[in-house]
Design a protein around this ligand. Structure first.
Ligand code: ZN
Length: 108
């Protein structure tokens, strides 16, 4: 036979479960926010590293026909010439040591 204590005990139990659930949800939200912040930072760092790699991989631009490695003035074009902001950018390599670089010349 049920007594009056049963529904009171059940209500108290429900309140306790509710309190615990709220604490867990608050923790989950905090953990999620922290994870998103870390992902944001990592994405930023990785994007910077990727840009740095691309910069390093691109041949150097030189405004004189002189090898950035050995200073030789021999230059062999590799076929690609593009016009950019009033300048000619000629892809090539050093005729002496083979170092690739881009010779930038005034457009005329
Ligand atoms: Zn060279």
């Amino acid at each position: 036979m049920p007594t009056l204590d049963d529904p009171r005990r059940l209500l108290a139990e429900a309140a306790e479960h509710h309190r615990r659930a709220r604490t867990l949800i608050e923790r989950a939200v905090a953990v999620r926010e922290r994870a998103l912040a870390i992902i944001g930072e990592l994405t930023h760092v990785l994007a910077g590293a990727q840009q740095e790699r691309q910069r390093a991989a691109r041949p150097r631009e030189k405004y004189e026909r002189r090898c950035p490695r050995c200073a030789s003035t021999q230059f062999e074009t590799t076929g690609s010439i593009r016009a950019e902001k009033g300048l000619f950018k000629i892809s090539g390599r050093c005729g002496s040591c083979g170092k690739p670089y881009i010779f930038v010349n005034l457009r005329r």
